[in-house]
Design a protein around this ligand. Structure first.
Ligand SMILES: Cc1cc2nc3c(=O)[nH]c(=O)nc-3n(C[C@H](O)[C@H](O)[C@H](O)COP(=O)(O)OP(=O)(O)OC[C@H]3O[C@@H](n4cnc5c(N)ncnc54)[C@H](O)[C@@H]3O)c2cc1C
Length: 363
């Protein structure tokens, strides 16, 4: 049987950030990844937004790691030359009801330590973003975008330079207790068994199913409604806006918003579509629905400029629309040394470096 100090299951952005942290702190670290490359799961199917940390309930793990994670991420991108841009985001209200919702978000953001928000009135909106329909806008200058692949490459390089390894095509299939220790059964080209005093389950969408296979107690429910797919439509031609544009949030997601990639191309989404099984095809027939939602804040949206792009699946847990991140250790599930990460949906990319700190400090 193989032994090491730390095993991380899953080479997405969170698994790589956690493994990097342990390796930098001098612990021998191995990442086991089912696929033949890193970042093939949720980490390559998201909006690549560095969230400022506005929405999450104050004191929740999400609120804490997003707020800290965003600062760590900007510093890391700067120091490692990872493409990113603090492009800013406008939250758009049309009418008194939505303005009141934005005020509520502003109060939550302040409680989360986001102190740089400002109001923009309709006259200034018309001057700065003439295509935008808004009675009032809440400006978040600390929101940005990042090259998520570049970020994962940098995390991987740090991990390897610190002596850590990612072993690809190595799915963890089961776990068993032996001599009071959790031993993993790994498949792939040649089966093997491996154990470590610290094992982090960062398997994204698979983490709840895997935790059950490993023998964890108290695995959270996944939503009965199925999988919360998020579809994106890209916009041909020039972007009508110079920054990220968000409507007020909807249950389960942030509303059909406009994000820009680092080349300035615009895309809309993700929406929230509950599906029975994971699928990544974007149904063209959703276009009109998208166009309707977009016209709420961009009346000139021409549906002909929209094309189906990619989709992602949110690793949701529990019954609430916005459950907190769940980091579970032996006190909760009873398996020695195992840390389960559940429900790491948005803002998991933004929070990855802070989640790594959080997990390291407890293990
Ligand atoms: C539509 C959408 C938009 C989003 N937008 C943003 C955003 O703009 N900003 C932001 O901060 N966050 C965003 N997120 C959230 C962010 O993408 C995720 O929180 C983050 O990528 C999760 O990373 P992860 O490493 O936990 O999971 P993953 O990237 O899914 O990695 C898990 C890895 O585990 C591997 N694995 C699974 N089972 C096994 C096994 N048995 N053995 C070995 N390996 C296994 C998988 O192959 C995979 O590589 C978004 C998410 C979605 C779905």
């Amino acid at each position: 049987m193989l032994k090491t100090d730390v095993i991380v299951i899953g080479a997405g952005v969170v698994g790589l950030a956690v493994a990097r942290k342990f390796a930098l702190e001098g612990r021998e670290t191995i990442v086991l990844e089912a696929e033949s490359s890193f970042g093939q799961g949720v980490s390559s199917r998201n909006s690549e937004v560095i969230h400022a940390g506005l929405y999450y309930p104050p004191g929740s793990l999400k609120a804490r790691v997003c707020r800290l994670g965003r600062d760590l991420l900007y510093d890391y991108c700067q120091s490692r030359d990872i493409a990113h841009k603090k492009i800013g985001k406008w939250l758009v209200a049309n009418g008194e009801t939505q303005e009141a919702k934005l005020e509520h978000i502003r109060q939550t953001a302040i409680a989360n330590g986001c102190l740089d928000l400002s109001w923009i009135d309709a006259a200034e909106v018309a001057e700065r973003e003439p295509e935008l329909r808004a009675t009032r806008v809440l400006n978040s200058p600390s929101t940005g975008i990042v090259d998520s692949h570049g970020l994962m490459l940098a995390l991987l390089a740090d991990l390897e330079n610190a002596g850590g390894t990612v072993v690809y095509a190595s799915p963890v299939l089961k776990g068993e207790l032996s001599g009071g220790k959790l031993v993993l059964g790994v498949g792939g080209v040649s089966d093997c068994k491996i154990s470590a005093p610290t094992i982090v389950n960062a398997a994204g969408l698979e983490s709840t199913a895997l935790a059950t296979l490993l023998g964890s107690g108290k695995v959270p429910d996944i939503p009965k409604k199925g999988f919360a797919k998020g579809n994106y439509f890209s916009l041909s031609g020039k972007s009508p806006f110079a920054r990220l544009i968000y409507p007020v949030p909807e249950p389960g997601g942030l509303g059909v918003h406009l994000t820009l990639d680092l080349q300035g191309r615009a895309r809309f989404g993700p929406d929230v579509q509950w599906v029975d099984k994971p699928s990544y095809e974007v149904d063209e027939s959703r276009k009109e629905q998208f166009a309707r939602a977009i016209r709420e804040y961009w009346p000139n949206c021409d549906a002909k400029r929209l094309s189906p792009d990619y989709a992602g699946i949110r690793p949701k847990i529990g019954r609430a629309d916005e459950p907190d991140f769940c980091v579970q250790d032996a006190r909760e599930h009873g398996l020695p040394g195992l840390v389960n990460l559940f429900g790491i949906e948005s803002p998991g990319l933004t929070s990855s470096l802070a989640l790594a700190e959080h997990i390291f400090l407890k293990n």
